[in-house]
Design a protein around this ligand. Structure first.
Ligand SMILES: NC(=O)c1ccc[n+]([C@@H]2O[C@H](COP(=O)([O-])OP(=O)(O)OC[C@H]3O[C@@H](n4cnc5c(N)ncnc54)[C@H](O)[C@@H]3O)[C@@H](O)[C@H]2O)c1
Length: 271
């Protein structure tokens, strides 16, 4: 059901790799809600070809850009305004990658080249994107930018290794840039801290399946799905959340403020 929440709005959506991606669901919902947008991903992800299906079903164009490359981001924001016919009203940063996680390297033994790569791809890319957009004056007043994050930025999850530190940086960039961009152009910048979600990035984390079940049993509402995360992102892009900026908002079914659930206690008592 559409509420036309994004009618007439123009956007850029990063990170749709396949139909499990959170960004994929955001694109589908943004289309339903009346937005027009450009899809983008790293050129290497394009080769898998899945994104073309999404572009067809949402009637959108694809502009490849490696989010670590300022020139490619400049091209993305310049071309997107031309393709969409005006300034950008919303941007989704849905980009995460850690080589240390992929290679199962424990936190105390992190490889620093991989760590730097993870920082560049998953956190600095957000700063670069915002800096390019601001320099080009590419985002309209009251525009809304959302980046996806995870609660390991606040609490320790041993298997999340360097991404915990990287997400803390991402959330900090939202606050710091949110101040400057808000003051100058009333652009708002927030992070949405999502439940564990079964995507390529999510399931790449060691022990993800067990952790997914654990979080689901702790959260009074259960884990938030990718679809519900997309709904929330749409609300954040809409004019109904105009005064929300520089926040990290938990979208996790109540997990982050629940100490323990009766279900988990009962399971432990069974042993
Ligand atoms: N899946 C989860 O459990 C979960 C939970 C909380 C937050 N998140 C966050 O949600 C976001 C989206 O992840 P997802 O779970 O949908 O997984 P996903 O694997 O579908 O998406 C990650 C995307 O990042 C893109 N990417 C990687 N390097 C890039 C680069 N250099 N330039 C441009 N794009 C690049 C990938 O191509 C991919 O499309 C990430 O920031 C992730 O950390 C995921």
């Amino acid at each position: 059901m559409s509420h036309n929440l994004l009618k007439g709005k123009r956007g850029i959506i990063t990170g749709a790799l396949d139909e499990n991606s959170i960004a994929w669901k955001v694109a589908e919902k943004a289309h339903q809600e009346g937005a027009t947008f450009v899809l983008t991903n790293a050129p290497i992800a394009m080769r898998m070809g899945e994104i073309k299906k999404l572009a067809e079903s949402t009637n959108s164009q694809i502009i490849p850009a490696d989010a670590t490359n300022v020139d490619e981001l400049t091209n993305l924001f310049t071309q997107s305004q031309q393709v969409l016919g005006g300034k950008i009203d919303f941007v989704l940063h849905s980009i995460g990658m850690s080589v240390n996680i992929r290679k199962n390297i424990p936190y105390p033994e992190l490889n620093y080249d991989y760590f730097n790569k993870g920082i560049d791809v998953s956190a600095l890319s957000f700063h670069k994107m915002l800096a390019v957009a601001k320099k080009l004056d590419a985002i309209s007043e009251w525009g809304s930018v959302v980046a996806l994050t995870y609660m390991a930025a606040q609490r320790t999850y041993p298997f999340y290794t360097d991404m915990a530190d990287i997400k803390a940086m991402l959330e900090s960039i939202a606050r710091s840039f949110g101040y400057h961009y808000g003051l100058d152009k009333k652009v708002r910048i927030n992070t949405v801290s999502q439940s564990p979600t079964k995507t390529t990035a999510g399931t790449g984390i060691k022990g993800f399946g067990d952790f997914y079940d654990y979080a689901d049993k702790i959260a009074p509402l259960g884990n938030a799905s990718a679809e519900s995360c997309a709904d929330f992102c749409i609300a954040m892009f809409s004019d109904l959340t105009k005064m929300v900026t520089m926040q990290n908002i938990f979208h996790d079914g109540g997990y982050s403020t629940t100490g323990v659930s009766a279900e988990v206690m009962n399971k432990l008592a069974e042993k």
